[in-house]
Design a binder for this molecule. Structure first.
Ligand SMILES: [Fe+2]
Ligand SMILES: [Fe+2]
Length: 291
């Protein structure tokens, strides 16, 4: 059941963006195929989650570039909290990437170096387009985070215990800060055309990049050229209930001229997470969040 999509553009009163540094338990001892004991599904998450170190640094640079043009003190504070949250996410996913590199999945690190170089150039040469790209990609992260909290049985429960708290933590913080880049964009540019073009490119980039990053991982594990891998894998990614295609109703909201990220009111979905974290039980009582 989808959360209601309402015509309101503000988060609820109790909303706040709270950076929460956490040291997660996943390590080289965590089972290698840590999502549902499945090679393809695990490598989907490996390929996707490890884009965050260079990706989120790009988001932060894109927003900080314009911070001097923001006069609203509340948005200034939100920019700080957004940067702090994304910095912690980037570090947590870098730890994951380092483990994968040690396990011999070295392509991801190489690709990340390229993403990092390319995105720094993008920030420099076209800061407004880079901010629009960040707004588009933050819509993706907000959408995938929403999906995780809306249907944790599908998106979180099959993960190994070591990874579950990290999923819930990152997803919750993405929901908390989902409007920051958008609000900055609206104040410093606000071009609807640029935002839509950015989303078209971001979507193509995501859809091409995930299988591209997955392929060497599947190759290393000897299943890249097996028919069964793709017969089951393509629907897993792009089918009716596919990881990247299922939330299309949420996705297309972005193309409305008057869209705002808080049109999707989903702050209530993360209330249990916020409480459990405050009680210091995130790493021990994750099932209280999953319900
Ligand atoms: Fe993040
Ligand atoms: Fe984010």
């Amino acid at each position: 059941m989808s959360a209601a999509i309402q015509s309101v553009v503000v988060p609820p009163k109790e909303h706040s963006i709270d950076p929460r540094p956490v040291e997660f338990a996943f390590s080289e001892q965590t089972p290698r195929f840590w999502f549902d004991n499945d090679i393809f599904k695990t490598h989907y998450y490996n390929a996707f989650l490890t884009t965050f170190p260079p990706g989120e640094q790009f988001f932060v640079r894109s927003v900080l570039h314009f911070r001097d043009q923001i006069s609203d003190p509340k948005l200034q504070e939100q920019i700080n909290d957004f940067a702090s949250q994304e910095g912690s996410h980037s570090s947590a996913h870098q730890k994951h990437l380092d483990i994968l590199s040690k396990q011999g999945y070295s392509s991801l690190e190489r690709e990340n170096r390229l993403i990092d170089r390319g995105s720094k150039l993008f920030n420099k040469l076209a800061p407004k387009a880079a901010l629009a790209a960040t707004v588009a990609l933050e819509h993706f992260t907000a959408m995938l985070a929403h999906q995780m909290y809306e249907d944790p049985a599908t998106y979180v429960t099959p993960a190994h215990e070591d990874f579950k708290p990290m999923f819930l933590w990152h997803a919750a913080e993405e929901i908390e800060h989902k409007s920051v880049a958008f609000d900055v964009y609206q104040q410093v540019d606000g071009s609807y055309g640029r935002r839509v073009i950015a989303m078209v490119f971001a979507t193509m980039g995501m859809f091409l990049m995930i299988p591209f990053r997955m392929f060497p991982l599947l190759l290393k594990d000897g299943i890249a050229f097996k028919w069964k891998t793709w017969r089951e894998g393509i629907p897993f990614l792009f089918g009716k209930n596919g990881k990247l295609t299922k939330p299309w109703r949420h996705y297309i909201q972005f193309y409305r001229r008057d869209f705002h990220p808080w049109d999707v009111q989903d702050f209530h979905l993360i209330e249990d997470f916020r409480r459990i974290y405050e009680e210091g039980k995130l790493l021990t009582n994750v099932d209280d969040i999953l319900g």
